[in-house]
Every structure is written in C-alpha cells, then in structure tokens.
Write a protein that binds this ligand. Structure first.
Ligand code: 5AD
Ligand code: SF4
Length: 440
C-alpha cells in the first residue's frame, strides 16, 4: 500500500470554520488524505478562509504568497482555498494566484472528492454554488475515535438579519436549519466516539427552526432532546442574536442541567442611534432587560459579547454609550473589533470614522473588558466547578480542561485522563486561566 497523502489545513475565523475544516478533512480522508501539522510535508494545502473583516481576507493572499516556494519545489503539491473568501472572491483568487488548484465554498465541500479528481488530472476546480442537496448528508460519517472530548455540531447556517456591516448573509446565504433527526443522529455518533461536550453552531443559532417529527423545533426544544442523550454531559451553543432569545431558551438556561452557564450574546454597540444604523433591530435598553431576564433564570451565567467600534458616524457620545452598557452588563468575555469596510454592505458607503479615533476607542474598550473579565475570573476563586479535561498541561502531572463557564483550568492531576469530567475547587486566577484542585 502506498503511504497516505498528507493534508495540511489552515483555519481562519469562526468556530463554524473549525467545524467545516474537520468535515473537509473527513471528506478528503475518504480520498486517502491524512492530516499533518506542517505545510512543508503536505501533498495538499487547504486554507479555510474568513471574509468577515478586511484583514481576515487579506491574510489569505499573504499566506498563499508564502506557499509559492513550496509549490515551486514540489510541483505535485495541490493548493486549495475554501470558506467565505473562496465564496466571495473565487475567480479573483484563481486570477491573482494561478498556483491555486481548487476553490470551494462553504456549501459545496461535500463535493471535494470529485473536485480532487479534476485537480489530479491537472485541471482547476471551482465550485461556489448554493446547491439544493444537503451537504451534511453527502459527507462521510464522523470517524472513530474523535480526537477531543469536545466537538462542534453545525445545526444552522446562514443569516437573514443583514446587519449593515456584515458579509455573512452574502457569503453564507439565507438561514437554513438542519432537520432535528439528522442533528440527533450526528450527536449520538459523536457521543459513541467519545465526545462528552457538544457546541451547537450556527451564524444565528438561536434562530434555529429545524424540521422535527411534529413540526418545526426551536433551539430550546433541540437542547432538551440532547439533554436526554446518555453519555453527553455538556451542551453549549453559539452565536446568538438578542432578538431570537425566546422565553423557552431563557428558561432552558435555568432548568436544563446539561446546558452550560455561558452565553455569547453580541450587542455590537450601546448607542441606539448606531444600533439603528447597524440595522440591529434591538436597543441598548432591550438588550439590558434581556440580560436581566437571563440572569434571573441562571444567576451565575457568564455573558460574552461582540463589539464594533468606529462604525460609520459613531460619535464620542455613541462610544460612551457602549462603555456605559459594558459597565452595566459586566462581561466575562468579549471580542471587540474596529469597524472594517466590507464592499457591498450598506455601511461601506457611509462616512467613515478616522482610524486613529477608532483605534483609541478600541484600546479603551478592551481595557474595560479585560478588567471585567479579570473580576469575573477572580470571583471564581474558592468556588467548586465542573472541569472537562482536554489535554496535559506544560508541567509534569498537570492537566488542562474547561470549566462550566468555559474558563481554562489547570489542575495537578496525574491520574486524570482526557475526557474525564471532575469537580474542582478553584484556588488561583491568572491572566487568562484559573488554577484548581481536584475535589473528588
Ligand atoms: N467590521 C468589524 N467587525 C465586524 N464583525 C462583523 N463584521 C464586521 C465588520 N465589517 C464582527 C461582529 C460580529 C463578529 C463575528 O465580527 O462583532 O459579531
Ligand atoms: Fe452578521 Fe448580523 Fe447575521 Fe451576525 S446577525 S451573522 S452580525 S448579519
């Protein structure tokens, strides 16, 4: 038998892309490819790209530039571009970088094996359709065993919200929810392969409305069904829109034992004027009231968010309104970005904020978030939490896992195995992680 061919995948952007990369590796695995961590010994390099901010897209071209030498030394090396940049700029990529053999969008990667046949015959392959068929039904089964005790599971793709800054509705298309039965089947397969924590993914995951045995199911109903899967210990979901946080989902946060106390709920801005210009269809106040209701259901829930500073027309007062909202919410985690123009989106046409002003705002916002994040972490000291262990730490006998609140926790635990879920008392809070001791 010949040696397996080596596949190197570089993943940019969101967790959705991490999931897609795993599934692409599985699809190419059926074609004889095995993953490698180094581009230097790869027979195929695949960049799974992100288009959400300009910098994310530019990275793809500089990364491709770096592989020119490799391709010159090894003419048989295949180079592919997948993901949202592929979707948005497929032909442009082929033109700018003739060494690219294959371009595949997020909705067509189940066709990779046949595209590879074309590539192996020396042709170029490009497929950025939005096909009728369900790609998930055409992908190979999840392999045995999974490498980690945690896994992502895509339940919904696309977005109909059309926030004025965002390319997602254009690159990932309209909202589509996968049917309940297929999700439960995939979840059971993952659990049989050793997975104990599943994160349900969707660009607008709490807008999930998949076909169930008795009409459409909401995300809350799906979570309750997963709660009954034996061997599955933890459920998470991301990313949510404030307007789709329905009562049942809030209640599930209070009552569903496997649903973890962590919620990523982007607000983007605390100014009603900016929220309106962003087409967010919620206000700062409606968001704050929503957070209050969620905390009433689950008092220890950790709230995480996304923020954009320097959105077109943002004044100092608008920015201060965002800072006020952050002070009120007290985030345990947040992702913040300077506004980046995306051609084709409504905000791209508007009066832009000066870059130096946006940078200064980002700096201030991140300092406040870091302070809050640290305070939330420090408050964990002395508490008892569940930790799902994922890998050895740097020190001898040390293991690292994630707490219920998604904090990384380091524990001296030589007898603990990857995949063990144990009770831990938190004893220390560091800059980006916690330290603790096993209780049982
Ligand atoms: N500029 C800056 N940040 C953006 N995001 C989305 N589009 C843009 C853009 N054009 C951010 C939002 C979103 C996160 C995934 O990325 O905060 O929630
Ligand atoms: Fe983009 Fe807004 Fe949809 Fe999120 S909700 S994916 S920010 S359009």
């Amino acid at each position: 038998m010949s040696d397996p061919k080596k596949l190197f995948i570089r993943t940019y952007g969101c967790q959705m892309n991490v999931y897609d990369s795993e599934r692409m590796a599985e699809a190419l695995g059926a074609d004889g490819y095995e993953q490698t961590d180094s581009p230097d010994d790869a027979d195929m390099i695949l960049l799974n790209t992100c288009h959400i901010r300009e910098k994310a897209a530019e990275k793809v071209y500089s990364e491709l530039g770096r592989y020119k030498g490799l391709k010159a030394d090894k003419p048989d090396l295949k180079i592919g571009v997948a993901g949202c940049v592929a979707q948005a700029e497929g032909e442009e990529i082929m033109r700018r970088q003739p060494m690219v053999d294959l371009v595949v969008g997020p909705q067509t990667y189940h066709r990779l094996p046949s595209m590879m046949e074309q590539v192996n015959q020396g042709e170029k392959a490009l497929d950025t359709d939005f096909p009728e068929e369900d790609k998930f039904e055409h992908l190979p089964k999840r392999p045995l065993p999974q490498r980690n005790p945690t896994a992502f599971l895509t339940v919904q793709e696309g977005c109909d919200k059309f926030c004025a800054f965002c390319v997602v509705p254009y690159t990932r298309g309209v909202e589509v929810s996968r049917p309940v039965e297929r999700i439960l089947r995939e979840a059971n397969e993952l659990v049989e392969r050793g997975v104990r924590e599943i994160t349900l993914l969707g660009q607008n995951v709490n807008g999930y409305h998949g076909e169930g045995p008795d009409g459409d199911w909401s995300l809350a109903k799906l979570i309750w069904a997963l709660n009954d899967v034996d061997g599955l210990e933890r459920i998470r979901f991301t990313t949510s829109h404030p307007n789709d946080m329905d009562d049942a989902l809030i209640e599930a946060h209070g009552e569903c034992e496997k649903l973890m106390p962590y919620l990523h709920l982007p607000v983007q801005s605390g100014s009603d004027f900016i929220l309106k210009r962003m087409n967010r269809s919620h206000t700062a106040d409606s968001y704050l009231r929503l957070i209050e209701r969620i905390r009433a259901a689950r008092p220890d829930i950790l709230i995480s968010g996304d923020f954009i500073v320097g959105f077109p027309e943002e004044s100092d007062a608008d920015f201060q309104a965002t800072m006020d909202l952050i002070r009120e919410v007290k985030y345990g985690q947040a992702f913040s970005f300077k506004y980046s123009t995306r051609p084709g989106t409504p905000a791209a046409e508007r009066a832009q904020v000066e870059d130096a002003v946006a940078s200064q705002r980002l700096y201030q916002l991140q300092a406040l978030i870091t302070e809050q994040q640290r305070a939330v972490q420090d408050a964990m000291v002395g508490q008892e939490v569940g930790v799902l262990f994922e890998k050895p730490g740097r020190l001898d006998g040390q293991m690292v896992g994630k707490s219920d609140h998604l904090h990384a926790v380091y524990v001296q635990a030589p007898d603990v195995q990857k995949g063990d879920l144990r009770r831990v008392r938190i004893t220390e809070s560091g800059p980006n992680s916690l330290g603790g001791q096993l209780i049982d």
